[in-house]
Design a protein around this ligand. Structure first.
Ligand code: FAD
Length: 450
């Protein structure tokens, strides 16, 4: 048997690893330490609980501690790991309820501690009504504010940050009947995901639904006594009685450093393709870790759900004595804001330019279904390729029928194989009028780029 496998962090990466390790080596002892009260939940669903599409925070929980224990996995919620001694092969664990610290041995260790929400200096505040959104307790705290449990029920929400979490929360709070102002420091929303033309469409959707979007606006501070009353910005005061700070994340790397393992250039944990850190026997997986970008062949830090689950699986198998490898990512991401879906994979033109690649993009404005078919809706495709070689670099899609942008997956699959625009054009895509045009928009874009 592989002995005692200790896992720190009980969400996507940690629980995937625990399940896989136990399945691979039923004789192994697998113990998970999670400092919070919840394990194995989908943080991705939090905005939809707050918005009302999902009834309860509990609905996000995939596997309960009881069920995991039934599979022979030790689950210790409310237990925070405060130290790692790689030489001794031990971790220090604080039982938060009892206030007691113990030392626990491991043969293999997985650090799956995720990321934390960045709180700029001004967001360190004792004012109530100011939140980040990372886990279920954060979501519950936002819900409590919405119900006026920390003051009056709020009427005006201010969201700081126009990334996908800020955008999803704009929709959620709008659905709850609040006036929503979205502040973004950069020139446009979705700045890290899309090229400018498509960012504008995202902003237009928000504005059409009545969200007050203010780009180029930096937050300088908060006002209020006891409860927040406003946000001080580079362009004046914005009144708000609920503030969501969604300005990015930072990997939790304290324990990795304590173990003597290396961080990568991105600031996230450096791991090999088996998810092992620079310290043998100590693994890392999920949001705290770097991954290989298969288009650029560079290490990147793009913390997302599937990546975390997949890395966890790989780490679990390897810790249990198997031999699994993480294939890397291609930068695929998708989100919805109101009616609009937006997706991207690979590189945007701006990202390709920043990397010094010779790239060219074409834009196609078409319909997602056959034009003559009743409910066809617009779709915008921006396809990017390398000049000369014709190698596909990426695609971006925006459509008011959000599910239509899921065809991003076609290009994601091709990017894994370093395919060309010609390969995309030659692909036999599905066609019937209720689904696409004879020549799907992706094929039209490939034809135009070829
Ligand atoms: P986490 O989920 O962060 O789990 C890490 C766990 O480790 C935490 O529970 C933490 O308490 C615990 N921990 C940390 N330190 C210690 C310690 N010292 N001792 C014990 N326990 C510790 N991804 C997508 O792909 N698509 C989406 O649509 C999407 N939407 C999202 C929406 C929101 C609002 C949020 C917050 C995230 C979203 N994500 C989305 C990201 C996705 O949730 C993460 O990629 C995923 O949760 C990462 O899993 P993880 O296990 O690496 O880390």
């Amino acid at each position: 048997s592989t002995g005692r496998i200790v896992i720190i962090g009980g969400v996507a990466a940690g629980m995937s690893a625990a399940s896989r390790a136990k399945r691979f080596d039923p004789g192994a002892e697998v113990v998970v330490f999670e400092r919070g009260d919840y394990i194995s939940y989908g943080a991705c669903g939090l905005p939809y609980v707050i918005g009302g599409e999902v009834e309860d925070f509990d609905d996000l929980i995939a596997r309960t501690p009881e069920r995991m224990r039934g599979q022979g996995i030790g689950i210790r919620t409310g237990h925070e790991v405060t130290g790692v001694d790689a030489k001794a092969g031990t971790v220090t664990v604080l039982d938060r309820a009892a206030g007691r610290t113990t030392t626990e041995p491991f043969d293999r260790l997985l650090i799956a501690t995720g990321v934390r929400a960045v709180r700029p200096d001004w967001a360190h505040t004792t004012l109530s009504g100011v939140h980040v959104l990372r886990d279920i307790p954060d979501g519950q705290a936002i819900e409590a504010s919405l119900q006026g449990k920390d003051g009056k029920a709020p009427k005006r929400a201010c969201i700081v940050g126009g990334g996908y979490i800020g955008l999803e929360m704009a929709e959620a709070l709008h659905a709850r009947g609040l006036n929503v102002v979205l502040l973004e420091k950069g020139p446009e929303v979705a700045g890290r995901m899309l090229d400018t033309q498509l960012q504008r469409r995202v902003r237009a959707e928000l504005e059409a639904k009545g969200v007050d979007v203010r780009c180029g606006t930096a937050v300088e501070g908060l006002t209020g006594e006891g409860h927040v009353t406003g946000v001080q910005t580079s362009k004046g005061l914005v009144r708000a009685d609920l503030v969501i700070v969604a300005v990015g994340v930072k990997p939790n790397t304290e324990l990795v450093k304590a173990a003597g393992a290396r961080l990568g250039k991105t600031g996230a944990v450096a791991v090999n393709i088996r998810q092992e850190t620079s310290v043998p026997g100590i693994y890392a997986a999920g949001d705290n870790s770097e991954s290989l970008h298969r288009v650029t062949r560079r290490k990147v830090h793009i913390p997302l759900g599937l990546t975390a689950n997949r890395m966890g699986r790989v780490a679990g198998v390897n810790m249990a004595g198997g031999d699994a490898t993480f294939p890397g990512i291609v930068g695929t991401a998708i989100f919805k804001v109101f009616e609009l879906g937006a997706a991207r994979t690979g590189l945007t033109q701006a990202e390709a330019d920043a990397l010094g690649l010779k790239a060219v993009s074409v834009d196609v404005d078409s319909t997602d279904h056959a034009g003559y078919y009743g409910d066809s809706r617009p779709i915008h495709v921006r396809l990017t390729a390398e000049v000369g070689s014709g190698r596909l670099l990426g695609v971006q899609l925006v459509s008011p029928r959000h599910i239509s942008v899921k065809r991003v997956d076609v290009v994601a699959a091709l990017l894994h194989r370093r395919s060309t625009v010609q390969h995309l054009f030659d692909t036999d895509l599905a066609y019937a009028p209720p689904f696409s045009g004879v020549w799907d928009v992706l094929l039209v874009a490939a034809d135009k780029l070829n």
